[in-house]
Ligand binder design. Structure first.
Ligand code: SAJ
Length: 417
């Protein structure tokens, strides 16, 4: 099929390259000219798409990248993989809307448009379809429409892109048939559901589940600490139960552009529909958002025991991106920890091997390498993200004090969160 993938970020590029490898003729469309320039040169900026794979589909002619919407003409199937951020707690669908207008201008009868971007139940039917109809002069049914949530886990070594089952929904049986037929050529397993809204809600359930359950563990971790009980051992013990329990671990907060964001789509829709908040999301948000404060509170206590104050102390933060081995800084709790410590007058430095030190400009802390000297020179080290690139032995040996938020270290100089 002639396939357009609109939005060439970590979701769209992975899908575009995979579809090209599966034999489709794919046009990767993005409004960001710099991205298109890099893609055309074969430079992949997406962790899970290697330059070799990108160059192979470029060379074969199966994939091309463009910012020129006229090159979208004649597509059989277009997938929308653009961001759906929140603006002051409300969904910002402007990227979907502008993309729909662009695609609608090239939408022909019997061609399909699939939304992959995460949003509240009803978005495809109530927002996307009317714009496509208006821009194309056609009616849904003349063209095909579907929703298929992305399930990419950046940097995951366990679950590959194509092996993760893919939910597929269509606005009508014909849409479902054609769209499922496309995804069957790209993914090992596709799972069809009976409506667009079921697929939209399923996606939000996946991340609501994680977000709330991580917040439960975070809150109980603060109690366990006060009781002098090792929460990490208690979690491992609970996890020996082979059913009915999923292992989540405490941390300095919940970052990224999925977990802290997706549940808020549901919260917003609940308020819209029923006039009251989705209380679990509000509570989980509050607990998770206060974990950076809890990290700082633990540091204040630890330094106090050493007759030091945070003010004037040198503190080395290990791991500034939002999760282990991630390269993304979005909503990272680490930057909140840094901000709180700087406000208390600490000399804060950050070690983040997953981003170039030059990217430190956008961060609020100077970036250093986690050398034995930097570790030994700090009054306190905080292990926030236990990236594989860190030499944890060197941390354990050289730090005078470590607050270990990931339970990876041991020793008299180590305290766990
Ligand atoms: N976190 C904890 N404790 C945990 C798990 C996570 O504190 O037990 C924190 C992480 O440090 C991070 C945040 O939560 O700051 C989010 O971590 P995550 O493991 O959920 O990773 P994400 O945000 O990349 O979530 C994605 C999601 N994938 C999609 O939305 C397609 C999620 O559904 C996946 O389950 C998750 O990856 C995954 O399993 O890696």
């Amino acid at each position: 099929m002639k396939v357009v993938v609109a939005g060439q970020g970590y979701v769209g590029l992975a899908l575009a390259v995979r579809a090209a490898e599966a034999g489709h003729r794919v046009v990767g469309y993005d409004v960001d000219q710099h991205r298109i320039k890099m893609l055309t040169l074969g430079d992949s900026y997406v962790q899970d798409v290697s330059p070799e794979r990108l160059r192979a589909v470029l060379d074969s002619g199966a994939y091309s990248a463009t910012a020129d919407a006229t090159e979208l003409a004649g597509f059989d199937l277009a997938v929308i993989t653009v961001p759906t951020p929140l603006r002051d707690g409300a969904p910002d669908l402007s990227f979907i809307e502008s993309c729909a207008r662009t695609l609608g201008g090239h939408l022909r009868a019997d061609a399909a448009v699939v939304l992959e971007s995460t949003s509240y139940p009803g978005t495809t039917r109530e927002v996307l379809v009317p714009i496509l109809e208006e821009a194309s002069g056609l009616k849904a049914g003349d063209f095909l429409v579907g929703f298929s949530p992305e399930r990419i886990t950046p940097g995951s070594r366990r679950f590959s892109f194509e092996e993760t089952p893919k939910l597929v929904a269509g606005i009508d049986p014909r849409s479902l048939g054609v769209i499922k037929g496309f995804y069957d050529t790209v993914f090992g397993v596709t799972v069809q559901v009976s409506s667009l809204e079921v697929a939209e809600l399923a996606k939000l359930l996946e991340n609501l589940y994680r977000f709330v359950n991580i917040s439960v563990i975070n809150e109980v971790a603060t109690l366990a600490r006060s009781l002098g009980v090792d929460i990490w051992e208690a979690i491992d013990a609970a996890a020996t139960k082979p059913f009915g329990f999923t292992r989540f671990t405490p941390g300095p907060g919940v970052g990224g552009h999925c977990l802290p964001v997706d549940p808020l789509f549901l919260s917003w829709k609940m308020q819209e529909e029923l006039g009251r908040p989705l209380r679990f999301v509000e509570l989980a948000n509050d607990v998770n958002n206060h974990m950076p404060d809890y990290v700082v509170q633990r540091l204040v206590e630890a330094l106090h025991r050493r007759h030091r104050t945070v003010s004037g102390s040198r503190i080395l933060l290990l791991g500034l991106t939002y999760k282990i081995n991630a390269t993304d800084l979005r909503n990272s709790p680490s930057t909140r920890v840094a901000e709180l410590l700087i406000n208390l007058g600490a000399d804060v430095r950050g070690a983040e091997p997953n981003i170039p030190n030059s990217d430190g400009a956008e961060l609020n802390v100077p970036l250093v390498d986690a050398t034995p000297g930097e570790i030994a020179g700090a009054d306190a080290v905080v292990l926030l993200m236990d990236h594989s690139r860190f030499d944890l032995e060197a941390v354990q040996e050289n730090a005078s004090y470590v607050l270990d938020c990931r339970n990876r270290l041991s020793g008299a100089n180590v305290e766990v969160l």
